[in-house]
Design a protein. Structure first.
Length: 243
């Protein structure tokens, strides 16, 4: 039986691109999302299985994990939020919800999957989390999402240490990427061009840019990589080509 990967946010932009990449490598994929229609359509297209679950529902997470199978080669948590407001306008509910979606949801997914990841008979199973370039760079109006994704980066290195050597844990940190989640930013052509010009490679990211690295990190080919937060950001986190 083919190795199986469990993907949360499997109907989203990055999650679906990652699922396609893993299936193209011949791996089994179990998709999880709140949107049954989109899950069914993607699963039918690529030959995957799927479960409907909200990351706030531990019972649904447990059921989705069980449906994926008793042994997992990897877990990808591709769930996120883009809640951009000046800090004075952010409420406790904003911070709490962003933290639950991005960080606590990842913890719940990992906790549920640990027995199946530990049961994997290959050299090592793997976990992939998703952060944002805004954690390293510091952007205005990003206080809530940056705080939540900063927790994801801390979780990445803590889990990588705790779960070694049986389970590898890595994190990708994209810059602005054309996904349904980011449509409010990317659909404005003037704004999109202005943001693209801030990158050393002057374009916005595509979901497959992130999925390409994500699929590598999850795969056995990356068997000596763990505890890393890697930018997929057109150079934005490190480079300034002007000034």
């Amino acid at each position: 039986m083919a190795d199986t990967y469990l993907i949360y946010g499997g109907a989203g932009g990055i999650g679906s691109a990652l699922a396609r990449r893993l299936r193209a490598k011949g791996y089994g994929v179990h998709l999880v999302s709140r949107d049954a229609n989109r899950l069914a359509a993607l699963a039918g297209e690529i030959g995957a299985t799927w479960s409907v679950a909200d990351i706030a529902d531990r019972d649904a997470i447990a059921a989705a994990t069980a449906a994926a199978g008793p042994s997992l080669a990897g877990l990808a948590y591709c769930v996120g939020s883009i809640n951009l407001k000046p800090v004075a306008r952010l409420t406790d509910a904003d911070f709490t919800r962003d933290f639950e979606i991005n960080a606590l949801g990842a913890v719940r997914a990992v906790q549920a999957a640990l027995p199946a990841l530990k049961a994997y008979e290959g050299e090592s199973a793997s976990i992939l989390l998703v952060s944002t370039v805004a954690v390293a760079q510091g952007f205005s109006a990003h206080a809530s999402v940056s705080m939540a994704k900063g927790a994801v980066e801390g979780l990445t290195v803590a889990l990588a240490a705790e779960l070694a050597p049986k389970i590898r844990v890595n994190c990708v940190a994209p810059s602005l990427t054309r996904t349904p989640l980011a449509q409010g930013l990317t659909s404005n052509d003037t704004m999109a061009k202005a943001i693209a010009a801030l990158h050393a490679i002057p374009r916005l990211g595509e979901a497959d840019d992130v999925a390409a690295l994500g699929a590598l990190l999850l795969d056995r080919e990356a068997g000596w990589i763990t505890g890393q937060i890697i930018g997929v950001d057109g150079g934005r986190s490190m480079l300034r080509t002007k000034g």
